[in-house]
Design a protein around this ligand. Structure first.
Ligand SMILES: Cc1cc2nc3c(=O)[nH]c(=O)nc-3n(C[C@H](O)[C@H](O)[C@H](O)COP(=O)(O)OP(=O)(O)OC[C@H]3O[C@@H](n4cnc5c(N)ncnc54)[C@H](O)[C@@H]3O)c2cc1C
Length: 394
């Protein structure tokens, strides 16, 4: 089949890899001018780690991994009031866990694609017209093409989803928080292997040391902290973050003044994508575009890879019967993704507690993670995937 995939992120590159492996002709379309670099740090574990292993890309990903050794929670004076060594999480995940930048996963998989995959950068699918036997796709720049299947792997704010399934507002399930993330060059103080976290009611801010003397600042806050309109450009975002975090103590004043020097700030609502169907005719969705579990789930990257693996495997097994492949793709994964989304929704209260008591209780619970048994009790279910990945013959 000729397959066009919009988005060369984690889901898009993984799907391209598997479809190519099964002999299909794949076109990847990425709106960024080149593969993205940098970006926030995430943990890859569970079935996503298993899929990376099946693809043989683990050694590549391991080369780019980070070694954050401790999550340290501090109060407004900077005194330690919670946290635990990350070895606790690695142990729970049976040492199958990687801390890695989001862009390094996509780049690692893209680097493993062979020549059968064409990538167009700086463009986007912007029109889809399908009938029973084919799909015509229009691009912002490239000429129209005919393909057999179109996949939206273009993330939380998917354009393919909007084109083929309808307005985003029908599927966006907001969890009541916003997230901001940005990188600071040369920020001090810095401990190379420690992620620092500070919380107050309704607000969470952390800084994480990255390579090349960059520090990632990652902030989550309840929607009620945001006064007025949701900011739409960098200067409005900076103003909003200053208003929300200026009185938080710790290093917040220093972080906010360093923020003045940077241009790029990721800022969005913390949302899930909840849909009845992930497929429609000859169009399918994968990754965040289909079933974003939100950053609170801490597993979106791995789930995106698992979805890509199953979608490609079912297409392969169905030998051209797309309707059958799509049904099995959804049957195998939708109930599992729904459970993941519900679990993440329940975690919002622990991630960004609304009260001082809630913050203190969360900090106390993280201290318990240093003791025997508590890691399993507190995080064991969170770090397990109650689904079996099918095996597909090649
Ligand atoms: C701050 C933060 C922290 C997170 N932490 C974790 C974590 O610890 N663990 C974890 O597993 N997950 C985490 N996640 C979630 C994880 O990043 C996502 O679930 C994962 O990246 C989804 O992969 P994806 O390929 O579906 O989408 P994305 O990674 O968003 O990739 C989409 C790609 O599509 C491209 N694109 C977008 N629109 C278009 C268009 N119109 N045309 C062409 N291309 C387009 C984008 O440029 C991008 O390359 C976090 C998310 C955030 C925001």
């Amino acid at each position: 089949m000729r397959v066009a995939i919009n988005g060369a992120g984690i889901a898009g590159t993984a799907l391209a890899w598997w479809l190519r492996r099964y002999g299909h002709e794949v076109l990847l379309v990425e709106q960024a001018p080149a593969l993205r670099s940098g970006g926030y740090l995430l943990d890859l574990w569970g079935i996503g780690y298993d899929v990376a292993e099946k693809m043989g890309v683990l050694p590549r990903l391991q080369e780019s991994q980070y070694h954050v050794e401790e999550l340290r929670i501090v109060d407004r004076q900077g005194r330690v009031c919670g946290g635990y060594p990350t070895s606790v999480l690695s142990r729970l995940a049976k040492d199958r866990l990687l801390a890695i930048a989001r862009s390094d996963i996509a780049a690692g998989i893209h680097g493993a694609l062979d020549r059968g995959v064409e990538t167009i950068f700086g463009d986007s699918i912007c029109a889809i017209e399908q009938d029973e036997s084919r799909v015509m796709i229009g691009f912002e720049h490239a000429p129209t093409r005919e393909v057999d299947l179109v996949v939206g792997a273009d993330g939380l704010r998917s354009r393919v989803r909007a084109l083929a399934f309808g307005a985003e507002s029908k599927f966006d399930y907001a969890l009541g928080c916003h997230v901001a993330a940005f990188e600071l060059p040369g920020y001090r103080p810095r401990e190379d292997s420690v992620a620092m976290i500070h919380g107050a009611p309704g607000r969470y801010i952390s800084n994480i040391p990255l390579r090349e003397d960059r520090t990632l600042v990652f902030a989550v806050f309840r929607d009620k902290c945001l006064i007025g309109e949701v900011p739409s450009n960098a200067s409005e975002r900076k103003a909003a973050l200053r208003a929300i975090f200026a009185d938080m103590g710790w290093e917040c004043p220093r972080i906010l003044s360093a923020m003045a020097e940077i241009d790029e700030i990721y800022f969005d609502s913390v949302s899930q994508i909840r849909m009845e169907r992930w497929t429609h005719g000859r169009v399918a969705l994968v990754g965040d575009a289909a079933a974003c579990p939100s950053l609170i789930a801490g597993e979106g990257a791995g789930l995106a890879m698992a979805e890509a693996y199953v979608l490609a495997g079912e297409i392969h097994t169905s030998r051209g019967n797309l309707a059958a492949a799509f049904s099995r793709y959804e049957e195998r994964l939708k109930p599992f993704l729904t459970r993941k989304q519900k679990a993440a929704e329940k975690m919002v209260g622990a991630f960004v507690p609304n009260s001082a008591f809630g913050v203190a209780a969360r900090n106390f619970a993280t201290r318990l993670m240093r003791l025997p048994i508590f890691p399993e009790l507190l995080m064991g279910r969170y770090l397990s995937d109650d689904v079996e990945l099918p095996e597909y013959a090649t």
